[in-house]
Design a protein around this ligand. Structure first.
Ligand code: PAF
Length: 282
């Protein structure tokens, strides 16, 4: 596996592949890779001849009181994991390579509406940071396909919309969420949890499954959401939301509108803010 740090070196590798007619897949990450990320690389491999993964902790998607400074940076371990998973190129740029005019003077990519609810409402500017960096990375890698985890469902929708709106010729593939044995969705932020908190965090997936059962039984959305919050609170977590939305655009479904819905949760356990979701009629 080659490790490149500059746009010029990345482009040299990708254009050599293109001349040979290779199809290229891309997996953007912020590093600190776990089995969930590596499953994205495996899925990418099924769709292309060559796989590029990036490791870049993107400053513009963190709010002022969020964990940008302390976000775990483990490039050596990430390099070893990617090499063992048959990745062809690891792109690990510095901030200046992605933001040559500085973060505050960067072009910004804003995806209205879908970026403004749920995570977007609670983390203002977050999805502009995500859409901006993903656009820049897409432009550098110029992949045929890119793989994103279903766990960050709203991010997936934002990236899909951005790709369609900018008419980028890239297929966006959603990878299923990988879970620990207690149902906890794998996430780099799980390492902020103590072992007791990690065990307790299994409540998130249990609540999502209960929301799906109640949805199937025809219970009202308000009752499902309020029960979900109570159970999350009883387990010692502090929910930001536990909600049912339309999977296509995260708008609120009508009570009789039972198709194409998704349950989403964001909750705090100890120092970690965790998100997860479950499609209600997959
Ligand atoms: O999901 C992530 O790790 C990040 O939001 C992404 C897509 C790599 C952009 O920085």
């Amino acid at each position: 596996m080659d490790v490149v740090h500059t746009a010029a070196d990345l482009r040299a590798s990708v254009s050599a592949w293109r001349r040979e007619g290779a199809r290229v897949a891309f997996v953007p990450t912020m590093g600190n890779l776990h089995a969930g990320h590596l499953s994205l690389v495996e899925l990418a491999r099924k769709h292309a001849h060559k796989v590029v993964a990036s490791v870049f902790v993107n400053p513009t998607q963190f709010g002022p009181n969020e964990d940008f400074a302390s976000y775990p940076r483990t490039l050596d371990a990430d390099r070893a994991s990617l090499a063992a998973h048959d990745c062809d190129v690891l792109f690990a740029p510095g901030v200046d390579e992605i933001y040559p005019f500085g973060v505050s003077e960067s072009v910004r990519v804003d995806v209205p509406k879908i970026s403004e609810v749920l995570e977007g409402e609670l983390r203002p500017g977050h999805f502009t940071g995500v859409a901006t960096v993903v656009t820049k990375l897409f432009n550098l890698v110029q992949p045929d396909v890119a793989v994103f985890g279903q766990k960050d469902y709203q991010q997936l929708l934002v990236v899909r919309r951005m790709t369609m709106d900018l008419r980028l010729p890239i297929d966006i593939i959603a990878a299923p969420t990988r879970r620990e044995s207690n149902g906890l969705a794998m996430s780099s932020r799980n390492q902020y949890l103590s072992s007791g908190e990690r065990e307790r965090a299994g409540v998130i997936h249990r609540v999502l499954c209960a929301m799906r059962e109640q949805w199937d039984a025809g219970r009202s959305i308000a009752a499902i959401e309020s029960d979900a919050r109570l159970v999350l609170e009883a387990a010692g977590s502090v929910p930001d939301y536990a909600t049912i939305r339309r999977a296509a655009d995260l708008s609120a479904p009508g009570q009789s509108d039972r198709r194409g819905a998704i349950a989403l949760i964001a909750t705090r356990i100890g120092r970690a803010r965790l998100i997860d979701n479950l499609l209600l009629d997959p």
